[in-house]
Design a binder for this molecule. Sequence first.
Ligand SMILES: Nc1ncnc2c1ncn2[C@@H]1O[C@H](COP(=O)(O)OP(=O)(O)OP(=O)(O)O)[C@@H](O)[C@H]1O
Ligand SMILES: [Mg+2]
Length: 396
Amino acid sequence: MPPAAPPTVDDILGLLRGVIDPELGGNVVDLGMVPAVTVADDGHVLITVKLTISGCPLRAQIKKDVETRVGAHPGVSKVKIEWGEMTPDERSAVMSKARWNAKENAPDTAIPANTRVLAIASGKGGVGKSSVTVNLAAAIAARGFTVGVLDADIWGFSVPRLLGISDRLEAQKVDGSDRPLIIPNERRVGAGTLKVVSTGFLVDEETALMWRGLMLTKAVEQFLNDVRWGQLDYLLIDMPPGTGDVQMGLARMLPRTDMLIVTTPARAAQKVAVRAADMARRSFLRVAGVVENMSTFICNHGEHYALFGEGGGRELAETIGAELLAQIPLEAAVAAGGDSGAPVAIDGQGEAAQAFRALAERLVNETVPPIALAGCSARMLESIELTLGRKPATAS
Ligand SMILES: Nc1ncnc2c1ncn2[C@@H]1O[C@H](COP(=O)(O)OP(=O)(O)OP(=O)(O)O)[C@@H](O)[C@H]1O
Ligand SMILES: [Mg+2]
């Protein structure tokens, strides 16, 4: 059989349209990242790929995708990539395309395009993800924002109890939708509102155990798609313990999600916590920062004790190149507030309450830079979100 004829440049561009820049949400050709392709008679293909910055960590993935896709053409004998870096003008052109993509992709979920999405995750269970989620959500809402709380701990839910909400969720037919949508439970906090969904509003705790076999990502997908979220300034997602399916699913469904990694001060725990950050990186989610919970123990007399050790949060932050955004002390009031459905962050006066409020203020007022990705396309997405009209940080 004679060797297959070499492909045309158009053939190659067609194949490259299958290579997606996951952060910019578009294929490399339409994003203008492939300025030149040449095909020699012997099937050697030379492709120039321009990255937003040359050190972009997505480079290895793009390289692999380009080589695999182009190399699969029977007429291609060799694939070579020449790397380039965009000029500032080219970068801004890519941004406007990516902005368009972001808008185009928005209808995939019911989460508005300008909602800042934060997933609260950890390497292991019981470190306080859910407590951080509800307190942070309440503290942000108290500043006048509308905050969605999505309990992605599908069968280990604790958000309903922590927020003192038990109303069953109802679905309603909504104008413009072809199917009934779930109406989230609402709770006013100060000048703002919480909108909450959890499987805990659908089943009781015993029935929930029977859900173990359910595809978790399906349930989370439904909470993203089939809920009438309406306008949302923030969406906080309480992740199930550990890393896995839900995180991968989230990365696919809401790639603009930022992760907050919760850890304890015990230094020995950091190896596990690093796993959560690694997972985030692998699924192209950005890490907004580290929250150390159960830091010092403050007894009723105000004395501080480092019960669970010291330095874990800082160590983790340094290891993964993220910022340590808060240290929340271990305080009886946090657990009591959780048991009574009254998060301390709302009007507690203790140090934990203040630490939660300071964390909220920081997240609202500062655009926390994503780790280790500065300057590359991942970083640009943040500017895109800002351009799309995230609420001005001064509102309170
Ligand atoms: N800063 C704190 N001070 C005192 N108690 C706390 C603090 N943070 C969390 N707790 C308590 O620790 C327990 C575990 O917290 P929480 O349920 O928030 O952790 P989690 O990481 O969500 O757990 P899981 O992995 O099971 O979902 C709860 O009883 C909670 O009230
Ligand atoms: Mg939890």
